[in-house]
Design a protein around this ligand. Structure first.
Ligand code: BG6
Ligand code: MG
Length: 220
């Protein structure tokens, strides 16, 4: 294998929107008469909007019709977008911009592979729309992670073989998606949680493309 492209998850890798999702889902749960914890929110990482709603309703023991589900999901998204609209470029996670710059200089393809239907809006808010050669998000996919669809579409958009791609992910389901797609996976977060990742980093400030690629190719 050669390392020719990097595919990045958005939420939790480029920017930390989990707190905004949490606040919006918690409001939804509270309005439906139950509470929702940060621990439960952890389990929604990488999970699509409608699948997240299904899980939350299950935890709260609430049954809704399909139409009601659509209405609550739309309400949650409005609350979430109120936070997103306040986002600034300062919210890009430490080291991310420098890391992407070094990939550009090394001639590595860069794509986004996110479950979010709000990905473009978020990238616009943090001034990073131009940082990616391709953007694949929840508006392009029909299957959620751990299905590899989002990353396979990313590799295709960059005209690269999956075996030459590296995925950066903070969710267990995202690491599995990368591997199912035949790609390497770098976990961004805790090594205790991301046990299946090929390499785990806690932040982009602690690594460099040279160091990571050596590790992934087994040279270190
Ligand atoms: C993922 C997040 O990136 O996107 C999930 O980790 C979220 O928490 C999913 O549910 C879908 O996001 P959106 O913006 O389409 O509701
Ligand atoms: Mg994520």
């Amino acid at each position: 294998m050669a390392l020719k492209a990097c595919l990045f998850d958005l939420d939790g890798v480029i920017v930390d929107t989990a707190i905004y999702h949490f606040k919006a889902w918690r409001r939804l749960a509270n309005e439906l008469g139950f509470d929702f914890t940060e621990h439960q929110n952890e389990q929604l990482k990488g999970v699509s909007r409608m699948e997240s709603l299904e899980l939350i309703l299950q935890w709260g023991g609430v049954t809704l019709s399909d139409e009601e589900k659509q209405q609550w999901a739309a309400r949650k998204n409005e609350w979430y977008l109120a936070y997103v609209n306040q986002m600034t470029p300062q919210e890009v996670l430490p080291g991310v911009r420098d890391f992407l710059d070094s990939l550009r200089k090394a001639g590595i393809g860069i794509a986004l592979g996110s479950a979010s239907k709000n990905a473009r809006l978020i990238l616009e808010r943090i001034d990073m729309l131009d940082a990616f050669d391709a953007i694949i998000d929840g508006t392009h996919t029909t299957k959620s992670k751990p299905d590899p669809e989002v990353f396979l579409l990313g590799a295709q958009a960059l005209h690269q073989n999956p075996a030459d791609c590296v995925v950066f992910e903070d969710a267990v389901a995202g690491i599995e998606a990368a591997h199912r797609g035949g790609m390497k996976a770098v976990g961004v977060g805790s090594p205790e949680v991301l046990t299946e990742a090929d390499v785990v980093i806690t932040a982009f400030t602690e690594t460099s493309w040279t160091k990571l690629s050596d590790e992934l190719l087994g040279w270190q």
